[in-house]
Design a binder for this molecule. Structure first.
Ligand code: VGL
Ligand code: ZN
Length: 202
C-alpha cells in the first residue's frame, strides 16, 4: 500500500473513449483490468469524467462546415474539434462497466462549461480556470500522483503537465494509458512530459 501522500488519478475511462465509442481510442478497454488491480495499492483514488453539454464548443457538430479533428481558434487558443462525445448523462459518458468505480473517493467532472474545453483534471484549456482538484488533493495532504487512463496524449498528458507545474511528484504509467495520436501528438506530449520532470513508467 502506498503512503497517505499518494493518490491514483484515473483519467476518463469512459465508454466513448473505448472501442465502439464516439471518440474511440485504440485498445482503450485493455487497461481497465490493470487499473482496477492498481487501485488496491492506493489510499486515495480520484476518477475524472469528461462531461460535456450537447452544445459544447469543442464538438465539430456545433461548428457548421467544420470537420471532426480539424483545428479552430478559440479565445483561449487553438482547439481540436472533436466528434461529439461524453455528453452529460449519455451511455458514452458512463465509466467502462469493468472499472471499479465504487473504489473512488472523488469523481471529478470536467468540460461542463459550454465555451471552454478541459483536457486537464486541474485547469480548463484556458489554463487558468481551476477544477478544484488541486485544493482537494492539498487538503488531503497528497503530494505524489500516479496517472493512468485515456488518452495519453490529451487528458492524461495535460493533467500530468499541470500537476508537475503545481509542484506534485508525478508518474504516468504508460502501460495503463492509451493514446489518440493525432498528427504526432503522442511524441510531442511525451517530450513535454519528460521536459517537465514527469516520470514515465511501464
Ligand atoms: C479527451 C479529447 C476530448 C481525453 C477528452 O480524455 O483525452 N480527448 N475530450
Ligand atoms: Zn472531451
Amino acid at each position: 500500500m502506498h503512503p497517505s501522500t499518494d493518490a491514483l488519478i484515473v483519467i476518463d475511462v469512459q465508454n466513448d473513449f473505448c472501442p465502439g465509442g464516439a471518440l474511440a481510442v485504440a485498445g482503450g478497454d485493455d487497461i481497465v483490468g490493470g487499473i482496477t488491480a492498481l487501485m488496491a495499492d492506493f489510499p486515495a483514488i480520484v476518477l475524472t469524467q469528461d462531461w460535456h453539454p450537447a452544445d459544447h464548443s469543442s464538438f465539430a457538430a456545433n461548428h457548421p462546415g467544420a470537420a471532426p479533428f480539424s483545428m479552430i481558434q478559440m479565445p483561449y487558443g487553438p482547439q481540436v474539434l472533436w466528434p461529439s462525445h461524453c455528453v452529460q448523462g449519455s451511455a458514452g459518458a458512463a465509466f467502462h462497466a469493468d472499472l471499479a468505480v465504487d473504489r473512488a473517493d472523488l469523481i471529478l467532472r470536467k468540460g461542463f462549461r459550454p465555451k471552454i474545453d478541459s483536457y486537464s483534471a486541474f485547469f480548463e484549456n484556458d489554463r487558468t480556470t481551476q477544477t478544484g482538484l488541486d485544493g482537494y488533493l492539498r487538503d488531503r495532504g497528497v503530494s505524489r500522483l500516479v496517472l493512468v487512463g485515456l488518452a495519453t496524449d490529451f487528458c492524461v498528458a495535460f493533467s500530468a503537465l499541470d500537476a508537475a507545474r503545481l509542484g506534485y511528484d508525478v508518474t504516468v504509467r504508460l502501460d495503463l494509458c492509451r493514446a489518440i495520436d493525432l498528427d504526432g501528438s503522442l511524441a510531442a506530449m511525451t517530450a513535454q512530459m519528460l521536459a517537465a520532470g514527469v516520470r514515465l513508467e511501464g
